[in-house]
Structure formats: structure tokens, C-alpha cells
Design a protein around this ligand. Structure first.
Ligand code: SAH
Length: 249
């Protein structure tokens, strides 16, 4: 098996050793059952890659003795940068979307309160929600060996979510779209765009007014075909398609 790589912060490295605690400790020791003398790679926020060996295993921290250091090209955020602009779904479906989306290489997630979103986020809950969502992307990034962690941001409405867009290609998956299929739209784009944003509605779908907000910001409405997919399926499927068409899949 290839050597596992873990994302760390450069401040955990000192005098030739990296000391890892918390979630990363749990993942390495409890989940992957790594132990003394196991060889690992660590990558920090500057794309420095440290190769080393676990030399101390404590109850709360693990120490890696660093044997070599190199500079990696930032290959873990390949183009296109895909942003998933997702209306908040019910219950814990968002966890699945963040986890699977991270595995499938989403660059970041912009979550918003859809008019038909059943789940609501109160203003005073936003920060703790975002923290929880970021923990999910961090954990998924770690689990799939990605060294960057997708960002998660929140917008209260579709109008605000649409307004943020600077991406080269902007799509809104709309169950009500009858003319343009995803296949058509993708085959019309000859060169791979550097950045893409895809908006996806909640269980109840998009309100036509929301579609207008998106189209006013240059989003093209596209259909995924006659079958209505669940919001989480749509989100996961579009990433797989994009990665196959333009990414590294
Ligand atoms: N309740 C709605 C369906 C919502 S599906 C209805 O019955 O019409 C949830 C979201 O997934 C949609 O808003 C859309 O963004 C996406 N989606 C699901 N199936 C789709 C399809 N066939 N074409 C385009 N988008 C789709």
C-alpha cells in the first residue's frame, strides 16, 4: 500500500519532529491503526511534504520523526475548480453532500437557504454550523488523501448565493428545464473552464424566482434528464460528470 499522506499545519513541525493531536491523532491511531515505525507523509499549507516515521505513540499525541522534506506542486486543487452551490437539504443529508463532494474533488461549497428548504438556519447558529460543516470536509479530505480542505460558506438566500459568482461556467440544475440538457451544455464547451459553479435546489426544488436570480447572474439552467434525482444524488452526480469531462477522473 502506498504511504498515507496527512494534512497538517506547519506549526506542528519543530526541530525535525511533527507532533499530531486531536482529530488527526484519532484518525491515524484509532481509525488507521498506525503505530511506531510506520512511515507516513505529512503535507502543510505551503505544500511542503514531509516524509517520516512515527517514533512516539502517546495516549493523546503521536510524534513523527521527519526524514526528508520536499516541495510539492499544488496538484490537489486541479482545474476546473468546481464550486457546489447547494440549497440546504433536510436533516443530515448535507453531511453526505459535503463528504462525498470532497471525495469527488469539489473545490468548495456555498450553502444557502432555498425558498423551499425545509431546514432553516438561524443567524445565531451559522458559525457553529459552518464549523461543523468544515470539520466534515476536513475529515473527508483526510480520509481520501486530499491535502487541501474544501471551504464552506453560507448565504441566507439564493439571491445572495448567486451574487457571489465569478466562475467561468455557471450552471443551475433545474428540474423544470425542458430545453437544455447537461450533455448539450457540456459538449458546447470546447475548452475546460478554469472554474465552474453548479447550483442545486433542495428537496422541494427551486422556486422559479430563484432560477431567475441565478440566470440574471449568468447561470444556465440545465436538465439532468427525465428522472428527478434527490438533491444529494444530483450534487454527487454532477461532480462525477464534471470530473470525468474536465477533471482527473
Ligand atoms: N421536488 C422537485 C424535485 C427537486 S429535486 C420536483 O418534484 O420537481 C432537488 C434538486 O436536484 C433540484 O432542485 C435540482 O437542482 C436537482 N435535480 C434533480 N433532478 C433533476 C433533473 N432531472 N434535472 C435537473 N436538476 C435536477
Amino acid at each position: 500500500m502506498s504511504v498515507r499522506r496527512f494534512m497538517i499545519h506547519s506549526r506542528t513541525v519543530r526541530d525535525g519532529f511533527a507532533t499530531l493531536e486531536g482529530d488527526l491523532y484519532n484518525h491515524m491511531v484509532r481509525v488507521l491503526r498506525l503505530g511506531t515505525n510506520d512511515v507516513v507523509q505529512l503535507a502543510d499549507e505551503n505544500n511542503t511534504v514531509y516524509s517520516g516515521t512515527i517514533d512516539q505513540l502517546g495516549k493523546e499525541c503521536v510524534r513523527v520523526e521527519i526524514t526528508s522534506t520536499s516541495q510539492a506542486a499544488p496538484t490537489d486543487s486541479p482545474e476546473p475548480r468546481i464550486t457546489i452551490c447547494q440549497a440546504l437539504p433536510k436533516g443530515d443529508k448535507i453531511d453526505l453532500i459535503l463528504q462525498k463532494g470532497t471525495e469527488l474533488g469539489a473545490a468548495d461549497f456555498l450553502l444557502f437557504g432555498g425558498r423551499r428548504s425545509i431546514a432553516k438556519v438561524r443567524e445565531d447558529q451559522i458559525n457553529s454550523k459552518i464549523e461543523r460543516w468544515k470539520r466534515i470536509t476536513a475529515e473527508a479530505a483526510r480520509q481520501c488523501g486530499r491535502s487541501d480542505i474544501p471551504g464552506v460558506a453560507w448565504r441566507a438566500t439564493a439571491v445572495e448565493a448567486a451574487r457571489d459568482s465569478g466562475q467561468e461556467l455557471r450552471l443551475v440544475l433545474w428540474e423544470g428545464e425542458r430545453e437544455h440538457s447537461l450533455k448539450e451544455v457540456l459538449s458546447a464547451e470546447s475548452a475546460a473552464p478554469a472554474s465552474v459553479v453548479v447550483a442545486i435546489g433542495p428537496e422541494g426544488g427551486f422556486d422559479p424566482l430563484e432560477i431567475r436570480h441565478f440566470t440574471e447572474q449568468g447561470y444556465q439552467p440545465v436538465s439532468l434528464g427525465a428522472r428527478i434525482l434527490r438533491t444529494e444524488t444530483a450534487s454527487i452526480a454532477i461532480l462525477a460528470v464534471m470530473q470525468y469531462r474536465w477533471g482527473d477522473m
